[in-house]
Design a protein around this ligand. Structure first.
Ligand code: HEC
Ligand code: HEC
Length: 388
């Protein structure tokens, strides 16, 4: 068992080495040895692989050819590129209820893998039973929202900035100033048997650091990539390597007639692809508001629509319970306001909004298409599941 683990590590370390060699950019941050590399041989620590599965490969994802044209939309920063050691640590942190003051909630409590990493409840319960102010967000394909700003209202500038915020949120995980802030969390993790060992194996020092928590959580979340939905399988069959979206407008052999009609509507007459980019289904950076409320001034983002069919409710406040209600909003419910995207305005006056005039069959077809974005591989992949 130990021997085969070390053999895997040799492979992992070799992969890391080749990645850093082929990349000209200076990698900032701490040195990252592979798991099991003994950073301090005077002080042998229990092998954490006996407690957790820590040998998942996050860097071995083979993007299908139809992703080639969208890889430049990736928001991964050069100073925090995903590597297997840190992403494995990120997985432990993501699922650990010790990250909340009362040991009751982890990141995964509100971002459930089985639900595409969101919460089926409209609002989520935090560490003391309080409710969040917004609906939770799916986490797949986060790296393809090109600007990398996070939260519905984009108030976090990057995923790295975002991952520490729920921890310090008074309602979510409770390490706000009144509870000692991040310093208290670091001291708490330092006193839990496995964290000094994990940090030693990842960073070469048994000192738990805010920077390590931040880097590794962001790497784990950014690793959640969807490439195997029914949509991806269909596109792979008809894809021709000739520019963006090539083949996407053809009928997919694995789709029903209704799904193919829904795809044509999404990409064409209903205009959804103007904002929700086909292939990754992350929102286009230049998308503005979708007209939920009259007079709205905040420009919200949407998480990628991958896995949107797994669970509602929908929108930042979870106002719609079903995808049919979402479609009806775009069909007949757009409200005008300062944040409304120009693409949803129609006609001469500013108050004219787009009305799609979809038939009942069109609506059914669009919903059928949205369900083809479900990625069963992603929601059952053990490397994104709980290590506890
Ligand atoms: C108590 C529930 C709860 C917990 C715990 C929680 N989240 Fe969230 N998460 C939410 C909600 C709600 C939102 C949307 C909030 C908003 O936009 O105001 C969100 C948004 C996010 C986003 C933004 C996604 C995007 O596309 O912009 C990321 C990333 C995220 N959470 C990661 C995490 C991580 C990592 C943790 C653990 C450190 C965590 N969350 C803990 C409820 C939670
Ligand atoms: C002008 C850009 C734009 C267009 C066009 C557009 N959307 Fe959206 N969409 C958004 C924005 C922005 C949000 C997030 C709004 C919010 O929650 O405040 C969103 C949210 C959604 C959601 C909910 C996501 C979630 O996680 O809750 C779905 C589903 C959706 N859109 C589907 C569609 C479909 C289907 C179409 C075509 C009929 C479409 N959108 C057209 C911008 C757009």
């Amino acid at each position: 068992m130990n021997i085969s683990f070390e053999l895997i590590l040799v492979g992992v370390c070799f992969t890391l080495f080749s990645i850093s060699c082929s990349n000209d950019t200076q990698i900032e941050g701490p040195q990252v040895p592979g798991f099991g590399e003994d950073a301090n041989s005077d002080n042998p620590s229990p092998n954490m692989s006996d407690i957790f599965d820590l040998d998942y490969a996050y860097t071995d994802l083979q993007y299908p050819p139809h992703y080639t044209s969208v890889l430049d939309e990736d928001n991964e920063p050069n100073n925090n590129r995903v590597n297997d050691a840190e992403a494995n640590l990120g997985r432990v942190l993501f699922y650990d209820t010790n990250l909340s003051v009362s040991n009751s909630v982890s990141c995964a409590s509100c971002h459930l893998q089985s639900n595409g990493f969101t919460d089926p409840d409209r609002l989520s319960r935090g560490h003391a039973g309080g409710l969040t102010g917004a609906h939770s967000m799916r986490l797949g394909n986060i790296r393809f929202f090109e600007s990398g700003t996070m939260f519905w209202d984009k108030r976090a500038n990057s995923l790295e900035e975002q991952v520490l915020m729920p921890i310090q949120d008074a309602i979510e995980m409770g390490f706000d100033d009144s509870n000692g802030g991040l310093e208290a969390l670091v001291a708490k993790l330092q006193s839990i048997e496995y964290y000094p060992n994990l940090f030693e194996q990842v960073y070469g020092s048994d000192e738990v650091t805010t920077q390590g928590i931040q880097r590794s959580l962001a790497q784990f979340v950014r690793s959640i990539i969807s490439v195997d939905s029914k949509f991806d399988q269909g596109l792979a069959q008809v894809y021709t390597a000739n520019g963006r979206n090539n083949g996407v407008n053809q009928n997919f052999p694995n789709f029903t007639a209704s799904e193919n009609r829904g795809k044509a509507l999404f990409l064409g007459r209903a205009g959804c692809d103007r904002c929700h980019n086909a292939i990754t289904f992350a929102l286009n950076d230049n998308a503005r508001g979708n007209g939920l409320d009259i007079g709205e001034t905040t420009v919200f983002k949407s998480p990628s629509l991958k896995n949107v069919g797994l669970t509602g409710p929908y929108m930042h406040d979870g106002r719609f319970n079903t995808l049919m209600q979402v479609i009806e909003h775009y069909n007949s419910g757009i409200m005008t306001g300062p944040a409304l995207d120009n693409r949803l305005r129609e006609g001469r006056g500013n108050n004219d909004v787009e009305r799609l005039n979809l038939s009942d069959q069109d609506k059914v077809d669009l919903v059928a298409f949205l369900h083809t974005l479900t990625d069963e591989s992603l929601i059952s992949d053990p490397k994104f599941s709980s290590p506890f």
